[in-house]
Design a binder for this molecule. Structure first.
Ligand code: TYD
Length: 210
């Protein structure tokens, strides 16, 4: 069994429809094949509290202003770090998280317009400064992602058009935030699932050896 001293924290980021779920499934298979001791988790929803918060955030059954929405993501994040990530790092595991704090910087900051420095400060406080060792950024253009989400025909509905405008802001945010960052591995998400997973496992095995 391959373990990594003090663990290895990996987040997977990208716009809606970039193929994160398929990517993570394929990456998990590779981790199993290579006998890497790992866990798969996510934000929001990685902890028991997070599952409840995810319901509140994503179903939008009650109105949420941008700030309370962000603070719920932050609460999910604090619990996730404390209950899931920290113990797994101590256990020398590789952790793959479907999204982490960078999603808040991009979705709530760049796209919804909340103060980006404030989000960075609260993220750092909520996580005790825990940041991913590797960020896989699944880079895809917005029209392709939309085709995947809506299997779009000719015309967009007004809801889809609004969502598309929002997603362009998200895309720009990720591109800006992840430009020239050491821990970011940018993957071209138009490639086949197996190619993507192969590229990722090579990066992980390389890092695990060090
Ligand atoms: P996710 O579960 O990754 O859904 P999907 O697989 O469809 O991308 O995330 C749910 C949504 O929550 C997604 O639209 C991104 C958003 N999100 C934020 O706005 N801020 C955050 O901090 C996080 C973690 C997610």
């Amino acid at each position: 069994m391959i373990t990594v001293k003090n663990g290895l924290l990996i987040s997977v980021e990208g716009i809606d429809g970039c193929g994160k779920s398929t990517f993570i499934k394929n990456l998990q298979r590779k981790l199993q094949e290579h006998n890497v001791d790992h866990i798969i988790t996510k934000e929001p929803g990685g902890s028991p509290l997070g599952k409840l918060l995810r319901q509140i955030i994503l179903t939008k059954e009650v109105p949420l202003c941008s700030k309370s929405e962000y603070l719920l993501f932050a609460a999910d994040r604090a619990q996730h770090i404390e209950q899931i990530i920290k113990p797994a790092l101590i256990d020398n595991k590789v952790i793959v998280s479907d999204r982490m704090g960078d999603s808040s910087i991009v979705y709530q900051g760049y796209a919804r317009g909340l103060d980006i420095d404030m989000i960075k400060t609260i993220n750092a406080w909520a996580t005790n400064g825990t940041v991913p060792d590797i960020i896989f950024y699944l880079n895809i253009d917005v029209p392709t992602a939309f085709k995947r989400i809506y299997e779009r025909k000719e015309e967009l509905t007004s809801f889809e058009r609004e969502h598309e405008d929002f997603m362009y802001k998200v895309k720009k945010g990720f591109d800006e935030l992840f430009n020239n960052k050491d821990n970011v591995v940018k993957l071209d998400a138009h490639q086949t699932p197996d190619t993507l997973a192969q590229q990722a496992i090579e990066v992980i095995l390389q890092k695990a050896k060090k």
